[in-house]
Design a protein around this ligand. Structure first.
Ligand code: THU
Length: 141
């Protein structure tokens, strides 16, 4: 089901608010994500970097882990924004491969991924489009 434009724009605004909390002292690249549950709740997440770079957590996974740890597992959509410190977004922030795999653990193939530069400039994908032919629990039965 495609979500309506005002909800998409609300999610994008929430993603920008989340990006404001990004802890990105090494890359200077702020990422914010706003995850919508099927019950209409929104969980926000930002990237949280670490001096041992590999311990960095992406914004999308922050949002998903926050939600799952609060007992939510049914998700409808996520909006993602990314921009360099002090600049306006000039490209769409696509989720990295690890985040796509984490999405596929909890989300249906038609889970909607919104990548945005602003509330009026965004693109919509399904998880299936961004992670086709994925590995999952079904492979192990
Ligand atoms: N980052 C995210 O938060 N999400 C992604 O999907 C890609 C990358 C963050 C991690 C790191 O803090 C910064 O962007 C640069 O890689």
């Amino acid at each position: 089901m495609e979500i309506d434009k005002s909800l998409i724009q609300n999610l994008i605004n929430e993603a920008f608010a989340a990006a404001g909390n990004a802890y990105c002292k090494y890359s200077g690249y702020h990422v914010g994500a706003a995850l919508l549950t099927v019950n209409g709740k929104i969980f926000k997440g930002c990237n949280i970097e670490n001096s041992s770079y590999g311990a960095t957590n992406c914004a999308e996974r922050t949002a998903i882990f926050k939600a799952v740890s609060e007992g939510e597992r049914d998700f409808e959509a996520i909006a993602i924004v990314g921009f360099i410190d002090g600049k306006e977004p000039d490209s769409y922030a696509y989720p990295c491969g690890i985040c796509r795999q984490v999405m596929s653990e909890f989300c249906d193939r038609d889970f909607e991924i919104i990548v945005a530069k602003s509330v009026n400039d965004y693109k919509l994908y399904t998880l299936n489009e961004l992670l086709p032919e994925s590995f999952g629990a079904d492979n192990m039965i």
